[in-house]
Design a binder for this molecule. Structure first.
Ligand SMILES: Cc1cc2nc3c(=O)[nH]c(=O)nc-3n(C[C@H](O)[C@H](O)[C@H](O)COP(=O)(O)O)c2cc1C
Ligand code: SF4
Length: 454
């Protein structure tokens, strides 16, 4: 949508033989598209000229954030006081779980499982217990984790330590995609500061780098990857809460789920829940990209509609662009048309439309875009990222791409293929991959040359 094809063509023509131009599916910066990465240096809103200048200047490092809240600043603002109250017994693990059970804080990595319930399940498992934090952030359209881990890493670390203490965790593993070198360094610095300056008796905290695969964000594939194996999802049951990292019960969380723990406990469930809108509760960090004036991470009420989000948080549509449709939950969450722009965006509100909010990655399409083309692009991504373990997904994604890029869609065949993929794939990648196809058939039939259903 932002012209990366033209950029690639210009770079291939203009950079010379010594530079290899590689297409990559996702670098976690949809709000600055098109993006080029020169070794580790990210060129936002890239043009052939700006990329060439970075190459010529030998600019290869990703700069560290200048405004990250460090250990001293975090402490000065009351940081780690809650953790110390927990260590001192001034607040109990039961109190914390009770507050979490009373809020709408749900897992923010995509599946939305209630956080308090997950902690209770883990507490009932036999020791030793592990914690595995997911900062793989591979869903196209999502970049909120990068934002929080660069701006306020200690808030997340305090949430992780509180979870570790309440549940009785023996070791914490943090898995970060390698496309985020500054996030890795920022978290390493934060963990080092915590170890050296706090004086706490901490569980071992290990930071592991991912290697650029969307599937490694799926929780059991991530665990395989941390264990040093190829990242492929496990069959369940047993669930990772029972048999997870190194065979031990494992608390697996998206980093943002833990980021909110301190605020929810200190300010109360009422504070968190009261921020919802349109009958929903809580807040949501929307990663917004596409045809809006202010793409970026927008902290907004859960239940806000896309129209409200665009107008109140994103500065409206870009000049010359009319709102046409949107991906409410990244590449896998389906596509909705503008006429369904008043649905509250939250867990459980989009299923009836064949969509889901996932990690709240919203991509806004305009009248200059094609939902059919966007669906094809998503399916190419899934075909590239399928781990290949099960046939419905491995063959299904490839087959869907070949049908979709043939021009006229064979709708019956695509629907049949989608049913097999949804019903028979092992993990969420294959099960959700058909969502964009089904959305186009249902909501954008005019692009396929068929009459709209009433
Ligand atoms: C294909 C696939 C990719 C996923 N990628 C991520 C990811 O990058 N980050 C993440 O937190 N969760 C991701 N998830 C969801 C995780 O499997 C898991 O539900 C989540 O990390 C649980 O943490 P939470 O309860 O805090 O949300 C992915 C799921 C699937 C099926
Ligand atoms: S659904 Fe796809 S990604 Fe998931 S296990 Fe099967 S082949 Fe791998």
């Amino acid at each position: 949508m932002a012209g990366s094809e033209a950029l690639i063509a210009a770079l291939e023509a203009g950079l010379g033989d010594g530079v290899r131009v590689q297409r990559v599916p996702c670098v976690g910066r949809c709000d600055r598209a098109p993006v080029a990465v020169v070794r580790q240096y990210t060129v936002d809103n890239a043009t052939a000229e700006t990329v060439k200048s970075a190459v010529d200047a030998g600019q290869f490092e990703q700069p560290m954030p200048q405004d990250s809240i460090d250990y001293e600043a975090y402490r000065a603002d009351g940081g780690y006081a809650l953790y110390e109250r927990l260590l001192a017994g001034d607040i109990s693990g039961d109190d914390i779980i009770k507050t979490l059970d009373g809020t709408q804080l749900r897992g923010l990595g995509g599946a939305g499982f209630p956080v308090g319930r997950k902690w209770s399940i883990l507490r009932d498992q036999p020791a030793p217990r592990m914690c595995a934090i997911n900062i793989d952030e591979g869903e196209p359209g999502t970049f909120k984790d990068r934002y929080y881990m660069l701006s306020d890493p200690h808030r997340f670390l305090e949430g992780m330590l509180i979870a570790a203490k309440v549940i009785g965790i023996d070791a914490c593993y943090i898995y970060i995609r390698d496309e985020y070198p500054s996030v890795i360094q920022n978290l390493k610095n934060a963990v080092d500061d915590l170890v050296i300056k706090s004086g706490y008796e901490l569980p071992p905290i290990e930071i592991r780098r991912g290697a650029g695969a969307y599937i490694c964000g799926e929780e059991s594939a991530m665990i395989e990857s941390i264990e040093g194996k190829r990242g492929m999802p496990r069959l369940r049951p047993p669930y990772v809460a029972q048999v997870g990292l190194f065979g031990h019960p494992t608390l697996e969380h998206n980093c943002e789920s833990l980021f909110w723990i301190r605020d929810v406990i200190e300010k109360g469930s009422e504070w968190f829940d009261s921020q919802g809108r349109n009958g929903r509760k809580g807040v949501r960090s929307f990663s917004v990209s596409g045809r809006v004036n202010k793409p970026g991470v927008h902290l907004a009420p859960a239940g806000i509609t896309i129209k409200e989000l665009i107008e109140e948080y994103c500065g409206g549509m870009l000049d010359g662009h009319q709102f046409y449709g949107y991906f409410p939950g990244g590449a896998s969450g389906g596509i909705l048309p503008a006429r369904l722009g008043d649905i509250p965006l939250d867990f459980d509100t989009l299923q009836e439309y064949g969509c889901f909010i996932g990690s709240a990655a919203v991509v806004v399409l305009s009248d200059q875009d094609s939902a059919k083309q966007a669906a094809l692009n998503s399916m190419k991504f899934f075909a590239h990222e399928s781990c290949g373990q099960c046939t419905p997904c491995r063959v299904g994604c490839e087959k869907a791409v070949s049908i979709m890029q043939g021009g006229e869609w064979d709708i019956e065949q695509l629907q049949d293929l989608s049913t097999v993929m949804v019903d028979a794939s092992i993990c969420g990648l294959g099960q959700a991959a058909p969502n964009p196809i089904l959305s186009v058939i249902k909501y954008f039939p005019h692009e396929l040359g068929i009459e709209e259903e009433q």
